[in-house]
Ligand binder design. Structure first.
Ligand SMILES: [Mg+2]
Length: 442
């Protein structure tokens, strides 16, 4: 249903220009003001408010921004221990390079590519800038990853005097101007289809899927488009002769649930474009942790402590990035024979400091280094809170206060010169094991 609004911009027969944002009346193919062909028109243009925003080839875009010589070259971010592609720019993608592809294959497909190893600190920083621009639009931002989030823009009409579609177009422009990378946006009435829409025309895409067209649109799509249908489940469906969402639309709910349990219910609803999940800003995990499995089992604190330190720093980076803190420190160990030991300690105040997480983890670890051989070590925090009450400077002792100050200085240096620019005594010279592998993002 169309909202009845007083400004002419909200007339559903009108559209707007994505470049100059001028209102378009009539059927012209180009903007009547600036001549751009990037026009938005859709019968539900001004009725939809659930958005999904995703940065385009994020890591590669940041590197291109910082080195203009790379602009027209195929760029691959990746390498490292696992030797896979984290992100390929669009020029590299045209040459057949894909995320998670082994690097040797990527270079077979695109020998002229420039390979850059990931600078996570930098991407986290840029991702945080994009995130805060989102949060200026609405408090209802649900981050999905470093460069991707759902936004509920229902309140923007009141807040910004513009309907959600225009707020979104203006946002994409500001990110280009102020941060120097591009995003793609999807707008719909639910999260499922907003995400599908943002994937539709990358890069610099802006797609809309309205309520009236949802079922018809979905009918022609493959089942893998449905959130939760991975490779294994798609194979199960395939063996039952189900390939398209249209086939699911013709099935009974009871039948789907008998065959596939709760997933059957999800198939039933999502295939019809029914998704009532809200955009939840506090959707975040109940805990933030990092863990690593060793190449060979380890028993001595000399071996374990540097790893604990590196993991504590990783947890702290994530907490700082998300603007949250945790009150309980959790140590996890997996023994040689796969038994899991977890040990907790509650702190007086929540923390996001690597050093407090590490020092508490050390106390917990001390009791477990009894000669047992471990294959995995993890550290994390739970009881998550906001940062307001975290690490009060007047309550922590002088020593830890000094360390907190030093940590702030180290963070600043790492931001400037990269992750390994500053090493603490615990991780210095300990090699790769002390720097847990990064996830493939984007
Ligand atoms: Mg992305």
């Amino acid at each position: 249903m169309f909202a009845v609004m007083s400004t002419s911009v909200n007339d559903p027969s009108h559209g707007f220009c994505r470049d100059c944002l001028a209102v378009q009346r009539g059927p012209a193919m180009r903007c009547t003001k600036c001549g751009s062909p990037r026009l938005m028109r859709h019968p539900e243009l001004y009725a939809l408010h659930i958005a999904h925003i995703d940065c385009d080839a994020f890591y590669a875009a940041v590197e291109k921004r910082d080195n203009p010589e790379l602009k027209d070259k195929p760029v691959i971010i990746g390498g490292g221990k696992r030797g896979v592609v984290s992100t390929a720019c669009y020029i590299a993608r045209i040459n057949g390079v894909r995320s998670a592809m082994p690097m040797f294959k990527a270079l077979e497909a695109c020998p002229q590519a420039v390979v850059i190893s990931p600078n996570m600190e930098k991407y986290v920083r840029v991702g945080r800038e994009v995130r805060s621009m989102m949060q200026a639009l609405t408090p209802l931002v649900e981050p999905i990853s470093i460069d991707e989030a759902f936004l509920d823009l229902a309140g923007t009409e009141r807040l910004h005097g513009l309907p959600p579609a225009l707020v979104l177009a203006r946002f994409a422009q500001s990110v280009e101007k102020e941060i120097g990378i591009t995003v793609s946006a999807g707008l719909s009435y639910c999260k499922f289809l907003a995400k599908v829409a943002s994937d539709f025309r990358k890069p610099r895409g802006f797609s809309i899927i309205g309520e009236a067209e949802a079922v018809t649109f979905l009918a022609e799509q493959p089942v893998t488009l449905i959130w939760g249908v991975g490779k294994a489940f798609a194979a199960t469906l395939e063996s039952d002769g189900i390939r398209t969402i249209g086939q699911i639309q013709r099935m009974e709910r009871g039948d789907l649930m008998r065959r596939y349990g709760t997933m059957g219910d999800r198939l039933y609803r999502l295939s019809r474009g029914q998704d009532t999940r809200r955009v939840e800003p506090d959707h975040d995990a109940k805990s933030v942790s990092a863990e690593t499995t060793f190449d060979t089992d380890l028993a001595s604190s000399a071996d374990l402590v540097p790893i604990l330190r590196a993991l504590s720093e990783k947890v702290s980076t994530r907490l700082k990035k998300s603007g949250i803190a945790g009150r309980t420190v959790v140590l996890k160990l997996k023994t040689q024979d796969f038994k899991i030991r977890t040990r907790n300690r509650q702190l007086g105040d929540p923390t996001q400091l690597a050093d407090r997480i590490f020092q508490t983890g050390m106390q917990l670890l001390a009791k477990e280094t009894d000669g047992t051989k471990y294959r995995l070590l993890g550290i994390g925090v739970s009881d998550l809170t906001g940062v307001e009450k975290a690490d009060p400077p007047d309550l922590i002792d002088v020593q830890s206060r000094k360390r907190a100050l030093a940590e702030g200085a180290m963070d600043a240096l790492r931001d400037k010169f990269g992750k390994t620019a500053v090493e603490t005594g615990y991780t210095f010279g300990k090699g790769r094991n002390a720097h847990p592998r990064e996830d493939v993002e984007d």
